[in-house]
Design a protein around this ligand. Structure first.
Ligand SMILES: Cc1cc2nc3c(=O)[nH]c(=O)nc-3n(C[C@H](O)[C@H](O)[C@H](O)COP(=O)(O)OP(=O)(O)OC[C@H]3O[C@@H](n4cnc5c(N)ncnc54)[C@H](O)[C@@H]3O)c2cc1C
Length: 482
């Protein structure tokens, strides 16, 4: 009875969200206000992550039909990264963290092209893409994000699992399920212990949240499925090079994360820099060796390879240096936002952190500045407003800090979920995520192992299809509606 009421209440809240989204006034279609025969400026946004999507939405909604907006991404969906560690822990379905671009573009007034960007010809004002004609632009917003930084450790890249994309999350999910399956049939106790040891390199927010979620997966979900296994052999180890967890957050949050994880039995190794990763071990510079078959690498990120390859001034991790209006130095009409950009906080002179909120605010500012440039208005400087820090630490436990206040335990966990549900893109994802969380909380999670290895042959065949050439470049579908 209690569960029925909970479902009805959740349904009511989500119904409200749906009505709000669909009864709102539609965004200006991009053709509004366009005078016949006049060529409209074309604004191209590269990358549809947090920064790029915010930019495309702002341009589409505020462009007043005076510009053409084209969003280009190598995937046909926007990925909401914060809960992807829950996909790896069987707590959330993968399709509830992604949202396709085309319906978003229809609603918000931008066109979409599914293409991999390979480079930018600033002099010719063209973007080079794989398997298609270059895309011309008048204004460009670069929001290609970041990639995992292995700090030149080729072995870590070869044997470790990254956690950046939804495919990474599914592969990690399979790796954990495979390890349990193999351990259940293993007679050698040393090998079994190795299979049941999970090492997370990097004690930032992703590593900490993953450790908590992995702990829940093992003890709440896999324990009843593998009754014959001795769970005292399971090890979850977080290896962090610095002297505290959550280095970019406050002492309170770092202490709370440390307290919670260690009280659950997660081992935390601080001041431990990884020196070597092999298929069956991780070795630190201090000479400690952890025997394991599963290493997750969440130790840091650096600029996306396309951004890193551009011949413009660079900041930390090959990010693109920008001025206070987010313009790429020395490139008129070109802006950069999010993880691939290097804006400095005007108050502290420090680079702003690589966060979704920074990317969203940057995307909005760059879009407004592109519009202001077109309209001949003065530009607005980028000021990052930090609202809150929050981490989910596992079932019923989280910690959040905002306005000098700290919220811990169940309240912190609930706050994390409420905020992330509100931030998710699209009603369908909000509903899906709310249901995933409700089911995972009250019922057993689904531990089916789905094979998600890429099928390169199929991808190559589709890329070679003749229609592909027409779809890309200045073709009918690629060009924004006139
Ligand atoms: C697991 C995880 C959890 C996180 N949790 C949080 C959190 O809780 N809170 C928070 O604030 N931040 C979090 N972050 C950080 C946050 O996700 C990033 O700061 C944010 O995504 C940066 O936005 P962006 O637009 O710069 O890049 P992204 O969101 O990464 O978007 C880049 C886009 O570019 C596209 N792209 C890349 N290369 C190409 C190419 N060659 N051609 C075409 N398209 C391309 C990608 O497909 C992607 O859509 C998390 C990150 C990870 C990995």
């Amino acid at each position: 009875m209690k569960k029925t009421w909970l479902f009805l209440a959740a349904g009511g809240v989500l119904g409200g969200f749906y009505a709000f989204q669909h009864l709102r006034a539609p965004a200006c279609p991009s053709a509004n206000g366009h005078r016949k025969g006049e060529r409209r400026p074309k604004v191209v946004v590269l990358g549809g992550g947090f920064g790029g999507l915010a930019a495309a939405n702002t341009l589409g909604r505020q462009g007043g039909g005076l510009i053409d907006v084209l969003l280009v991404d190598k995937d046909n969906y926007h990925l909401f990264t914060p809960p992807i560690y829950q996909v790896a822990a069987c707590g959330v379905n993968p399709w509830d963290v992604v949202c396709p671009f085309r319906p978003l573009g229809d609603r918000n007034g931008f066109s979409f092209l599914d293409a991999r960007v390979e480079g930018i010809d600033f002099a010719g004002r063209r973007v080079n893409i794989a398997n298609g004609k270059p895309i011309d632009y008048d204004y460009l917003i670069i929001a290609l994000g970041s990639k995992t930084n292995y700090f030149h450790q080729a072995d870590a890249e070869k044997y470790g699992s990254p956690l950046k994309t939804v495919e990474d999350a599914l592969n990690l999910r399979n790796r954990v399920l495979d390890a349990f399956e193999a351990a259940s049939g293993e007679q050698d106790p040393d090998l079994r212990r190795e299979l049941l040891s999970f090492v997370i390199v990097g004690g930032g927010a992703t590593g900490v949240e993953l450790a908590g979620a992995l702990h829940d997966l093992v003890y709440e979900v896999l324990a009843p499925e593998y009754r014959s296994l001795d769970l005292s052999q399971v090890r979850i180890v977080v290896v962090e090079a610095r002297d505290k967890l959550l280095d970019h957050m406050s002492e309170t949050l770092a202490w709370e994360a440390m307290r919670h994880l260690t009280s659950c039995g997660v081992e935390v190794m601080l001041n431990a820099k990884v020196r070597r990763v092999q298929p069956d071990l991780v070795e630190t510079e201090g000479g400690q060796t952890i025997r394991t078959r599963t290493v997750v690498w969440t130790a840091g990120v650096e600029a996306n390879e396309v951004a890193a390859g551009l011949a413009v001034p660079k900041g930390k991790g090959d990010t693109l240096r920008v001025d206070k209006y987010l313009r790429v130095l020395g490139q008129p009409g070109v802006f950069a936002v999010g993880d691939n950009a290097f804006p400095e906080d005007p108050k502290t002179g420090e680079p702003v952190p690589m966060l979704a909120s920074v990317a969203i605010q940057g995307g909005e500012t760059a879009a407004k500045n592109a519009l202001r440039t077109i309209r001949g208005k003065p530009l607005i400087p980028f000021h990052y407003r930090h609202v809150a820090d929050m981490v989910s630490l596992g079932r019923n436990s989280g910690v959040a800090e905002f306005d000098g206040k700290t919220v811990r335990g169940f309240a912190g966990w609930l706050l994390w979920r409420t905020v992330h549900l509100a931030l998710l893109t699209g009603f369908r994802d909000k509903l899906g995520m709310a249901l995933d969380w409700t089911f995972a909380y009250f019922y057993r999670r689904d531990t089916s192992r789905l094979n998600v290895e890429p099928v390169p042959m199929q991808a190559a065949k589709i890329a070679q299809m003749p229609s592909r050439a027409r779809l890309t470049g200045e073709g009918k579908r690629a060009a924004p509606a006139a």
